[in-house]
Design a protein around this ligand. Structure first.
Ligand SMILES: NC(=O)c1ccc[n+]([C@@H]2O[C@H](COP(=O)([O-])OP(=O)(O)OC[C@H]3O[C@@H](n4cnc5c(N)ncnc54)[C@H](OP(=O)(O)O)[C@@H]3O)[C@@H](O)[C@H]2O)c1
Length: 336
């Protein structure tokens, strides 16, 4: 659908967040709708992806470039191709692209691929069939390699990455224990995602409940949070345990990096810790999508999405993600 107006809504970075991001760190504005150059494609944003990495990006503590004040916020989206002068992508096809927090954008056509028919609904291209799903699949498949009889512990277990990581470990025959921040998430992780146990890291008896949920220790820890939760998990390591260092939710909203956990238990358990960067697995995305789409189709994998409505609500939805209000993948419906 071609735009009927000449300008569009965008969300700018008004100031760098201090601590927890606030909606007032961002500002709504209007900017001209660009026209595509010969080697570009014009896209209409359908669903915008909200991702935790944006918070360390704003703090200048991420692999990517820190956005300038006053710039349109970066971010990935599922978008519809509405103009493509080169004819490389069909009008009306869908892609995942870096659009930023805006309604329309023009980006280079090279490097974009139309989404296949297996990516349905389209929003899943940003969640279970997108980078969060790929992260879980790669971390479990290539680093943790759980097997029958293992106990696998997953933090942020109700989130986009954690919910898939835990279910994949379970499909490999492991006993899976989740860690989350609320009683509602505990219930969903066990009843909907089928984890064997789930504990709340905000409860007073967290350490005791975690030990009780993993009576024989853990063979795998898939870490999405770092901090005190990582330290508690290290106390449960069995010999030759594998730790996937995936994310650091516990420190993204802090203004400085806290002191690291005590790594003595890693030595005692002869454990292996490995950092995971999803971009290293992008060349396997077709294999990943085929496998995960077939699990979804067979009803063997479940996912959740938390979808906010409208570009104007993106700052509040991002703040909510960083507070932990989301269940599964956090998205904003912009033009779908
Ligand atoms: N390495 C990679 O290439 C890669 C790629 C994608 C994502 N990641 C990382 O994977 C992690 C999960 O990403 P996601 O997109 O799936 O987000 P998510 O888990 O859907 O959302 C983040 C969740 O983190 C939890 N959380 C917030 N503060 C916490 C704290 N202090 N301690 C423990 N949990 C906390 C919240 O749930 P609770 O209510 O349970 O607290 C919140 O819902 C993030 O750390 C992200 O940076 C890494």
């Amino acid at each position: 659908m071609m735009p009927s107006a000449k300008d569009q809504a965008v969300v700018l970075l008004a100031r760098y967040p201090e601590g927890m991001p606030q909606p007032s760190d961002f500002a709504l504005a209007r900017e001209a709708i660009p026209t595509p150059a010969a080697d570009q494609v014009m896209l209409r944003t359908l669903y915008l992806s909200l991702d935790p990495y944006l918070r360390p990006l704003l703090a200048g503590r991420h692999l990517g470039q820190r956005p300038e004040l006053g710039a349109v916020m970066p971010g990935q989206a599922v978008a519809e191709v509405i103009e493509c002068p080169s004819g490389i992508l069909p009008i009306g096809s869908h892609v995942v692209a870096e659009t930023g927090w805006r309604e329309y954008t023009c980006v280079p056509v090279h490097g974009l691929r139309a989404l296949g028919a297996e990516v349905q609904p389209l929003s899943t291209a940003l969640g279970v069939l997108g980078l969060p799903g790929l992260t879980a699949w790669a971390g479990m498949g290539y680093i943790a390699a759980p097997k029958a009889g293992d106990t696998v512990l997953v933090s942020s277990a109700a989130g986009a990455v954690g919910s898939v990581a835990g279910q994949l470990a379970q499909l490999a025959g492991a006993r899976v224990v989740g860690i989350v921040g609320s009683a509602q998430k505990q219930r969903i992780v066990m009843e909907e995602f089928g984890f064997d146990a789930c504990v709340n890291y905000r409860s007073d008896d967290f350490s005791a409940s975690l030990r009780a949920a993993c009576p024989e220790g853990i063979d795998v820890y898939f870490d999405n949070v770092g901090g005190a939760v990582l330290e508690a998990a290290l106390g449960l390591l069995r010999r030759h345990a594998r730790i996937v260092l995936c994310g650091l939710m516990d420190q993204y909203n802090r203004d400085s990096r806290p002191p690291g956990p005590n790594l003595g238990p890693v030595i005692a358990a002869r454990a292996r810790m490995q950092g995971l960067v999803v971009y290293d697995y992008l060349d396997r995305i077709d294999m990943f999508r085929t496998e995960i789409a077939s699990l979804l189709h067979a009803g063997k994998l479940r996912y959740r999405e938390t979808i906010s409505e409208g570009l104007a609500g993106t700052p509040a939805a991002f703040a909510a993600l960083m507070r932990g209000d989301n269940l599964g993948k956090a998205l904003v419906r912009v033009g779908a």
